[in-house]
Design a protein around this ligand. Structure first.
Ligand code: ACO
Length: 322
């Protein structure tokens, strides 16, 4: 049996930090409101000329070094993002070119905040089938470029970043199972109203901003994140006591707390980065994973449960042995 196993991880955050105090000067908000409603204290914001692919390259370099491989070894690139450099070519090919990765399959997946979980699940299947020997999987976003900085209800929530993982085949257990889902009936609760075949003329105008029904998103997020975590456990006959670390999408500390309560999971077993990263959409789970690994909390042999939820709605979980 071939498993795919995480050989290395990396993350990259843009240099510029935007604190809640900075936001107080921009919109009618307060540090107290943002902290108490979201847990967020600061977020990183990409520079004007920084591209999502630049963030990806920086994160990928660390993951590649950590895995002890070279770019020559990579034969698949999958990127989850909703903020690619261009509509086409897809961002994975841009990363491939920038990093000098030899010709291989390279594609991106748009599943909003669940993008990395979808990407990891896809790469896992390529590896298990025997087609791929070394996959570079990235979740990345420069979502702040989609933000209306006058809209206090959304501008305080988001941040930029990239997280990368190198996946390789192994006889030892790695990714145990992945679980993906979506329900398009919720489209109007969270969306960006500008696309290619619809409303393209609104790009860059006041009508192009993230549309979100915060309260409704909150409720469905908590219900779905607990259900998809349970789905992964049930599929493997495990319980939460068997999981060393839960690594959820970092949208909002209150969503994480409410999910933990529903699952009866102690907060001490949950990697939390939302306080310092904000909601980085598809980048949030791989960056939180990398934070936990780098600071020594996540160790080889431990069981991890990754999960995310985002616009669509989309959702997914990955149960793995690190
Ligand atoms: N500063 C101060 N006041 C604000 C701000 C702000 N930044 N934003 C909104 N308010 C005001 C509102 O105008 C409202 O005022 P009113 O009562 O006078 O009308 C009041 O605060 C309460 O607004 P609510 O929207 O009810 O506040 P709530 O407690 O629901 O918190 C929040 C809003 C944080 C967005 C919450 O609904 C939430 O976390 N939802 C989840 C959505 C989310 O995380 N989305 C991220 C993308 S989706 C994802 O990643 C899963």
């Amino acid at each position: 049996m071939i498993y795919s196993r995480i050989a290395g991880t990396g993350r990259y955050l843009p240099e510029r930090i935007l604190t809640n105090a900075d936001l107080e000067k921009m919109v009618d908000t307060s540090d107290e409101w943002i902290r108490s409603r979201t847990g967020i204290e600061q977020r990183h914001v990409a520079g004007e000329n920084e591209l999502t692919s630049d963030l990806c390259v920086n994160a990928a370099k660390v993951a590649i070094e950590e895995a002890g491989i070279t770019v020559e070894d990579i034969d698949l690139i999958v990127v989850g993002t909703t903020s690619p450099d261009l509509i086409f070519p897809n961002i994975a090919t841009i990363i491939q070119h920038k990093m000098g990765i030899p010709a291989c399959a390279a594609f991106s997946i748009e599943a909003a905040c669940t993008g990395f979980i979808y990407a990891l699940s896809s790469a896992d299947k390529f590896i298990r089938s025997g087609d791929t020997k070394c996959a570079l999987v990235i979740g990345a976003e420069i979502i702040t470029k989609l933000i209306d900085w006058d809209d206090r209800s959304t501008c305080v929530l988001f941040g930029d970043g990239a997280g990368a993982v190198v996946l390789q085949p192994s006889d030892e257990q790695g990714i145990i199972s992945t679980h993906l889902g979506a329900d398009g009936q919720y489209k109007d609760l969270l969306y960006y109203p500008v696309g290619v075949s619809s409303n393209l003329a609104a790009a860059g105008t006041g009508d192009s901003r993230i549309m979100m029904s915060g309260n409704e998103v909150f409720k469905v997020a908590v219900k779905t994140l607990s259900a998809v975590a349970q789905e992964a456990l049930d599929a493997n006959g495990l319980s939460l006591e068997d999981v060393d670390w839960l690594i959820p999408h970092q949208a909002n500390l209150r969503i994480i707390q409410a999910t933990a309560k529903r699952l009866d999971m102690p907060m001490e077993k949950i990697i939390q980065t939302v306080q310092i990263h904000g909601n980085t959409s598809a980048a949030s789970v791989p960056m939180a994973l990398d934070v936990g690994i780098r600071d020594g909390r996540i160790r080889r042999g431990q069981t991890l449960l990754l999960e995310a939820f985002g616009g669509g709605f989309t959702w997914g979980s990955v149960l793995l042995k690190y």
